[in-house]
Design a protein around this ligand. Structure first.
Ligand SMILES: [Ca+2]
Ligand SMILES: [Ca+2]
Length: 186
């Protein structure tokens, strides 16, 4: 009995020792710099949610003849940007909702995503729709959480788009719909 009791503090001592060793281990291989390098590699391209339509009655139909919600992304870089690895969402609490397919936006170019909640209809059909009574859209980096661009919006009027002007600019306006082309204010 006495022997057992005595062994408990000894075991604790051992545990502390082991923990101590564990803690010191990462500092030994000073290649810990590897970790740092990997962590800061996140690329944030100059991409914008540039225009969208959350109440589309007759403006633009998809390949199935459906007048669905659409979102335009604008590439403000001087080079093409591959979207594979990035995400689009209508809920910033679920930032990695819809992963982009392997498509590329040309330098200063545009791309349209159908927000129709039917990904079966093609690679550019997101898994969510937009609410015409207002919600948010987020464009998210390849870590699945860093927001590249986002917009919150209120009730949208039918066939009037909401967009940045000029393209990639700070201010949003009601626009004449220009899916895939430079924005035009109403
Ligand atoms: Ca559709
Ligand atoms: Ca546009």
């Amino acid at each position: 009995m006495r022997g057992l009791k005595g062994s408990v503090p000894f075991l604790l001592f051992l545990v502390v020792l082991l923990f101590g060793c564990g803690g010191s281990k990462p500092t030994e291989p000073t290649g810990g710099g590897n970790n740092q390098g990997g962590g800061t590699q996140l690329v944030i391209p100059k991409l914008y949610i540039n225009e969208f339509m959350a109440s589309n009655r007759k403006t633009l139909a998809d390949e199935y003849g459906e007048y669905d919600d659409w979102i335009e992304i604008y590439n403000d870089e001087d080079k093409d940007v591959r979207l594979l690895g990035l995400y689009l969402t209508d809920n910033l609490r679920i930032p990695d909702k819809w992963p982009f397919p392997d498509v590329t936006i040309k330098a200063k170019g545009f791309i349209i995503v159908w927000a129709d909640g039917t990904p079966d209809q093609g690679i550019m059909h997101a898994s969510f729709k937009l609410s015409k009574t207002g919600e948010e859209i987020g464009l998210v980096a390849s870590d699945g959480k860093t927001v590249i661009d986002s917009v919150k919006f209120r009730t949208q009027q039918p066939d009037i788009s909401f967009g940045r002007y000029p393209d990639g600019g700070i201010d949003w306006f009601e626009c004449i719909p220009t899916p895939g082309k430079p924005n035009r204010r109403r």
